[in-house]
Design a protein around this ligand. Structure first.
Ligand SMILES: Nc1nc2c(ncn2[C@@H]2O[C@H](COP(=O)(O)OP(=O)(O)OP(=O)(O)O)[C@@H](O)[C@H]2O)c(=O)[nH]1
Ligand SMILES: [Mg+2]
Length: 333
């Protein structure tokens, strides 16, 4: 039974970059990742796709043939894929059951909130091939810079979680940039934990005026009542945050429990099962806001001290071992 991640999120939130980074990381720890590109507009892929929607149809062709603009074109292309899912499933099947799938999606938000095409395709993958997917929803941490946008993002994340009915991890992407957007009224953990939303209502009112107070509170109540939304943080170049995120994704997918027949990284899996690194020992506010400069400098220094990417991964995994006392697979082992 293959495992995988469905990588979604609004336009420009970092999906394709993440697929590339996660692909490298998974390869480094001995898994066998394959990337599937489902974005018909993705004409400059930063990775080698094992399967590409553009081999079936491209956005340029759809726009020309159907006389559509780019947004309508992407939706149309996904609808076409949905109608010929059998062919798509056959292609995925050929990748083999030991592959770990990374599925890169277009950024059209309606595909995650109410349009059925993507959700149908994913259901078929689950049903026909037994793929166990985790939705990784990347949301640009830029939205933390505005209290009202943060509330909108919570609603979007909740709606998306209900749409796919799969294990779901929300991620504030590009967290390395968050300190550039000016001081935040709350610590980073406040935004990731999604607790005590009433504390942020005055900030929304300050931005929007009293007109939206009732609406803000109503959204806040819905989000709180469901109790589903929280966030991980990610800077794709920061290996610690990638390791920490993969631990959370593995836990959500149940990868821990069937991994020996999937890839060669059972030692890594054992390590994460014991949970020592889950959530990470890192204080995210300190790392990404309060002392970001010092941490960045230390990371650059560490990088300079190392020879190459393999050394860098191995050093991070060694740090993981030291912190947890558990052995992790190294690059090339
Ligand atoms: N600083 C920083 N930039 C990032 C990070 N992840 C992605 N980016 C940048 O964000 C921009 C958009 O990234 P993409 O990976 O193309 O985003 P996408 O979600 O695939 O975009 P669409 O496919 O157009 O929806 C690029 O310039 C990336 O280099 C990150 O963790 N930190
Ligand atoms: Mg992309």
């Amino acid at each position: 039974m293959p495992f995988g991640q469905l990588i979604i999120g609004p336009p420009g939130s970092g999906k394709s970059t993440y697929c590339n980074g996660m692909n490298q990381f998974l390869s480094a720890i001995g898994r066998k990742p394959s990337i599937i590109n489902l974005d018909p507009a993705n004409d400059h892929l930063p990775y080698d796709a094992a399967l590409d929607i553009r081999d079936f149809t491209t956005l340029e062709d759809v726009m020309k043939e159907q006389n559509l603009g780019p947004n309508g074109g992407i939706i149309y292309a996904l609808e076409q894929l949905d109608e010929s899912t059998d062919l798509f499933i056959e292609q995925v099947k050929k990748l083999g059951s030991k592959e770990y799938l990374l599925i890169d999606c277009p950024g059209q938000v309606e595909l995650f909130t109410h349009h059925g095409a993507l959700a149908h395709i994913v259901k078929r993958l689950e049903k026909d091939l037994g793929v166990r997917l985790v939705v990784v929803n990347l949301i640009d941490s830029y939205y933390l810079s505005s209290a009202s946008q943060y509330i909108s993002v919570l609603l979007l994340a909740l709606r998306t979680m209900l749409q796919f009915d799969l294990p779901h991890i929300n991620v504030l992407s590009k967290i390395d940039l968050v300190s550039n957007y000016g001081p935040l009224p709350f610590k980073l953990d406040y935004y990731t934990e999604v607790q005590d939303l009433e504390r942020i209502y005055p900030n929304v009112e300050q931005e929007m005026g009293p007109r939206f107070s009732r609406l803000t509170e109503a959204i806040g109540e819905v989000v709180t009542d469901f109790g589903l939304v929280d966030f991980q943080v990610l800077a794709v170049e920061d290996k610690k945050s990638m390791i920490s995120l993969l631990s959370v994704i593995d836990k959500a997918s149940g990868y821990l429990f069937g991994s020996t027949e999937i890839g060669g990284d059972s030692i890594w899996v054992d390590a994460t099962r014991q949970g020592g690194y889950l959530g990470g020992p890192i204080d995210i506010h300190e790392r990404w806001v309060e002392h970001k400069k010092e941490y960045d400098q230390a990371a650059v220094q560490e990088r300079d001290d190392r020879m190459n990417d393999a050394d860098e991964w191995n050093a991070e995994l060694a740090a993981f071992e030291q912190e947890t006392g558990i052995k992790a697979t190294k690059w090339g082992e």
